[in-house]
Design a protein around this ligand. Structure first.
Ligand code: ARG
Length: 260
């Protein structure tokens, strides 16, 4: 029952955003990708220590020990909010070993967010957690190559949320190629970055929203380049995942975080 309520709340929140409606539209079971994030494998405990599961059914990443970076379509509005629980420190959401659960105190949603780009938000936690953070890309230098995606969302289109964190890698897709696909003409090139295989098979999916898309920087450290935002179905051919382009918002994120 609690799961159902969580799922409903997530749909209600996402439904407020036109953009998210596109990605959350039910699809026929016949189109569901059979693969086990879709096409993923289990992450090892501690592999991505900055990963956060949010109680409304979204992902996120620790931007600072007390601030989670997620998607705007995962939250309702800017303001005091004690209704979100962040779970971190575990790949298995049911394991109590190493699990950290902290409530939110405040939500900051990207100003001007209307379901078209600007899909980022910050959640202030009641107390700092002792886990590594994920630095964000502040230039476009890393907006290319192969990206890692991870989350507890559906492992197939229309499928259940996952108990264990799944991970996968997806290649960068240019704005021009991405926009050429059916359903992607509204891509906001300056705000959004696409990733996935033309053949499909590997993708983020419902419930992964707000989670990070990241890669290694030149020093070999993880750096966040995207935030799971939307897609047409999950892991379909010629239908990449769309991610908020973190470098575009880096200074706005930093400025907002400094006020929280
Ligand atoms: N909007 C979805 C969510 O709320 C994420 C969709 C990602 N879709 C994709 N095909 N990459 O969880």
């Amino acid at each position: 029952m609690k799961k159902l309520l969580t799922a409903l709340r997530r749909w209600a929140v996402a439904g407020a955003a036109a953009l998210a409606v596109v990605s959350l539209q039910p699809v026929s079971a016949a189109q569901a990708a059979p693969a086990p994030v879709v096409g993923g494998t289990r992450a090892a405990q501690g592999e991505f220590p900055f990963m956060v599961r949010l109680s409304m059914g979204c992902g996120g990443a620790l931007y600072t020990p007390q601030i989670v970076l997620t998607a705007a379509h995962c939250v309702s509005r800017t303001g005091a909010n004690t209704g979100i629980t962040a779970t971190a420190g575990v790949v298995d959401l049911q394991s109590t070993t190493g699990r950290v659960q902290v409530k939110s105190t405040y939500v900051y949603r990207a100003p001007g967010y209307n379901g078209n780009g600007k899909d980022w938000a910050l959640i202030k936690l009641a107390s700092p957690v002792s886990l590594p953070t994920l630095p964000i890309a502040t230039t476009t230098a890393y907006n290319t190559g192969t990206f890692t995606i991870a989350g507890w969302g559906s492992a197939s289109e229309g499928g259940a949320q996952q108990r264990y964190l799944l991970k996968a890698t997806v290649p960068f897709v240019s704005d021009a190629t991405c926009r050429s696909y059916s359903g992607y003409s509204g891509l906001v090139a300056s705000d959004e970055i696409c990733a996935g295989y033309a053949a499909g098979g590997v993708d983020t999916c419902q419930g992964d929203s707000g989670g990070p898309m990241f890669r290694k920087d030149n020093a070999g450290a993880w750096i966040q380049v995207g935030i799971v935002s939307w897609g047409i179905g999950c892991a379909r051919a010629n239908a990449p995942g769309v991610y908020s382009e973190v470098s575009t918002f880096a200074s706005a994120i930093a400025a907002a975080a400094a006020t929280l």
